[in-house]
Design a protein around this ligand. Structure first.
Ligand SMILES: *Cc1c(COP(=O)(O)O)cnc(C)c1O
Length: 390
């Protein structure tokens, strides 16, 4: 079956007592067993049956199962936020004395997490992942993983994933990719050599900005880490996705493909149109044919380029005035909501970083980030034009 069909038709594991067509939400904590033997088997993972809500839940399992079928992954584990999935993933692979090879260009909280891990003796090694010579030099026997974001936010830098996988695998360590920027239904990260995808399902999956969630999509190449994710993370850390969030995100997953195709098309239309608008100094979008990462992005991710783009205006003041005059587009963070959202990253998401850090991360005071929604793009363009006429 094709992905559109799988997203909607992955059957519920056990028939609901009432034959509910949509997946039921099980908010209970514990599950009863017919006998002690079965109970022992479930607790020791010899059989797959839910026992306690911190570790297993039928509503969450159904979402995991759908994502597993859509990606061809060996295992999928759902967490209660993207950061829970990312921090869990990095805890899984790291240990005192190890180093993490990654980019300067990271989601702000991931950047802070990786730098903060130095407190536990894990060395952050932040460099330019598009410079393969620098990566070669940085990776050593103590490296525990290479971690990247497939399209960095807000810089929209794209690294060569196959080449990074080749380096990581030569050292026997996993390549971990935060693939939040383009839905896993439109890409094939396994084929590119990615071992673990981490995803903020808060974004495309949720769609309407309805719920927080995160996923670890595990392609099964590192069985020891698989075990750690299933045992240590769920049992001992306790950041499993909540049943209600899993329900909201299952609804989101069912319509993901149509929403995403429209949002990506809207983003491309707007990116092209905004280049002709006076007052906009620069439009950055990997879907534009003259973007430096366009060719590599198409080769790695296929024809669509996501729904995040940035524009640069004259100054920070011009950005604030633009934001304040928007009437249709919402002043809000989040990505891939059904509504179009605008934010000034340097003063918000990255507002607590120093000027020096912002410079290192290439987060400029003149940049506005737009996440393009499902509105008609002509209405969005009109709003952008009137907001620039300050
Ligand atoms: C939003 C985001 C995260 C964090 O996800 P939460 O669900 O907000 O915890 C991580 N990485 C990227 C690329 C994101 O956009």
């Amino acid at each position: 079956m094709k992905k559109e069909t799988i997203a909607i038709n992955t059957p519920y594991a056990r028939t609901d007592a009432y034959g509910s067509l949509a997946v039921p939400i099980y908010t209970n904590v514990s599950f009863e067993f017919d006998n002690a033997e079965e109970m022992a088997d479930a607790f020791c993972f010899r059989i797959k049956a839910p026992d306690y809500g911190r570790v297993a839940n039928p509503t969450v399992s159904n979402l995991e199962q759908r994502v597993r079928q859509l990606t061809g992954a060996a295992h999928v584990t759902a967490f209660n936020s993207g950061m829970a999935a990312i921090s869990g993933m990095l805890l899984t692979v790291s240990a005192q004395g190890k180093n993490i090879v990654t980019s300067q260009h990271l989601f702000g909280n991931t950047w802070a997490l990786i730098n903060g891990m130095s407190r536990f003796g894990v060395k952050p090694n932040l460099l330019d992942l598009t410079d393969l010579n620098a990566v070669e030099k940085a990776v050593d026997e103590q490296t525990c993983c290479i971690f990247l974001e497939i399209v960095t936010n807000p810089q929209q830098e794209v690294a060569d994933i196959k080449a990074l996988a080749e380096i990581a695998h030569r050292y026997g360590v996993p390549l971990i990719a935060d693939s939040t920027a383009i839905p896993f239904t439109d890409t094939n990260m396994k084929e590119l050599g990615v071992d673990f995808e981490v995803v903020s399902s808060t974004k495309y999956l949720s769609g309407g900005g309805t719920s927080l969630g995160g996923l670890i999509i595990d392609y099964g190449a590192f069985p020891d880490y698989t075990k750690r994710i299933k045992l240590d993370l769920l049992l001992n850390l306790g950041a499993y996705m909540t049943p209600h969030a899993a329900y909201m995100q299952t609804l989101g997953l069912e319509t993901l493909n149509v929403r995403y195709q429209r949002q990506a098309a809207n983003a491309l239309w707007l990116a092209k149109a905004m280049r002709e608008v006076e007052g906009i100094k620069k439009v950055t979008y990997i879907g534009l044919p003259d973007n430096p990462y366009h060719e590599l992005a198409q080769r790695q991710f296929g024809p669509t380029a996501g729904a995040m783009l940035t524009i640069d205006l004259e100054s920070k003041e011009a950005c604030f005035s633009f934001l304040n005059r928007l009437k249709l587009i919402h002043r809000a963070t989040n990505l891939f909501d059904n509504r179009t959202l605008a934010i000034h990253p340097a003063s918000t998401i990255f507002g607590l970083f120093s000027e020096h850090q912002l410079e290192q991360m290439d987060v400029r005071q003149t940049t506005i980030r737009l996440s393009i929604g499902l509105e008609h793009p002509e209405d969005l363009l009109s709003d952008i034009k009137q907001a620039l006429l300050a």
